[in-house]
Design a protein around this ligand. Structure first.
Ligand code: F6P
Length: 341
């Protein structure tokens, strides 16, 4: 078969590991692979090139994506879907493997539902790890390790200066990075999109810590966390082609409010895209390799409109009808985290 592979949405570490696994397994199984450049933009604009063994040498451990990425949504471009259809025909593509988050794979899902369906499958990749069908998305473990190290490093300076430092991590709809790196890095308070922030309550918890003699604190907040009134604090009104706000800014707001309410000196740090860069952890490489192999298994079985997932440490296939909802954090883990202030 002729298979097109694309990477869309926010990048992360270990995408290249997945591309390598896909190409290796596809070649073994007698398929031809074409790399689609810059996500769905490559199909709208007919930008593809062959992906062969020589293209994937030494990419196992390299961050980013050799294919490039974008947040292009063909369903939001006039004539976009028709252009995708004609690129698929012009290149004789028989299958598309879309590596990305819910937006990127959501486009694959919609293409499968066209009157003349385009056979496509999904491979979950997002540092946010918020895709319901899978326990792990590619990139999450590396982002978590980076955030954990940053939170750990913030401790010494927070302690020396007797400050509250608010660390903002990524996480649009769910707080997986905040919760897991917060626990692993020793945060005192963790704030996530799943539970609106009650500033009075956070301030009271910090004051109680002060009373017990703790003269510094680390607050970790996910960028998508909302205030108790439901509003999101962002520095810009810009949105992407999927209608998502460009997040970032809640840490600065919290830092100011907490200084007023607690009388302590505060600072904030936004980790931002640092969490998406760098070489992948061994765990991410393993996940990406297993998911990449699984993707070609899906193609071999012609199981279109499915996503290859990890559940209970097994590679399984989940229909895109059910796989793409937001996966919230584990409530028990969140309750555990609340006991550390
Ligand atoms: O989609 C993953 C993500 O990392 C979100 O947490 C974040 O809001 C977004 O990407 C930022 O992406 P960019 O700045 O690259 O558009």
């Amino acid at each position: 078969m002729k298979i097109g592979v694309l990477t869309g949405g926010g990048d992360s570490s270990a995408i290249n590991t997945a591309i390598r696994a896909i190409v290796k397994r596809a070649e073994k199984d007698g398929h031809n692979v074409l790399g689609i450049h810059d996500g769905w933009a490559g199909l709208v604009e007919n930008r593809l090139s062959p992906l062969k063994e020589e293209d994937i040498t030494n990419i196992l451990y390299r961050g980013g994506t050799i294919l490039g990425t974008s947040r292009t949504n063909p369903f939001k471009i006039s004539g976009g879907v028709d252009k995708v259809v004609s690129t698929v025909k012009a290149n004789d593509l028989e299958a598309i493997v879309a590596i990305g988050g819910d937006d990127t794979i959501g486009v694959a899902h919609k293409l499968n539902k066209l009157p003349q369906p385009i056979p496509a499958i999904g491979v979950p990749q997002t540092i946010d790890n918020d895709i319901a069908g899978t326990d792990y998305a590619i990139g999450f473990d590396t982002a978590m390790a980076t955030a954990t190290e940053a939170i750990e490093r913030i401790h010494t300076t927070a302690e020396s200066h007797h400050r509250i430092i608010v660390v903002e991590v990524m996480g649009r709809d769910a707080g997986h990075i905040a919760l897991e790196s917060g626990i692993a890095g020793g945060a005192d308070i963790i704030l996530i999109p799943e539970e609106p922030i009650d500033i009075k309550d956070v301030s009271a918890r910090l004051k109680a810590m002060q009373t017990k003699g703790k003269r510094f604190a680390i607050v970790v907040v996910a960028e998508g966390a909302t205030l108790s009134g439901g509003e999101q604090v962002v520095r810009t009104k810009k949105t992407d082609m999927f209608g998502h706000a460009m997040l970032g800014g809640i840490a600065e707001y919290l830092s100011e409010e907490l200084a007023k309410n607690t009388g302590m000196e505060t600072r904030f740090t936004i980790l931002g895209h640092l969490q998406r860069g760098g070489n992948p952890t061994a765990f991410d490489r393993l996940i990406a390799t297993r998911l990449g192999f699984g993707a070609i298994e899906l193609v071999n079985q012609k199981k279109w409109d499915y996503m290859v997932c990890i559940q209970g440490n097994k590679v399984i296939f989940v229909s895109l009808d059910n796989a793409l909802q937001v996966k919230p954090v584990d409530k028990k883990l969140y309750e555990l985290a609340k006991k550390f202030d």
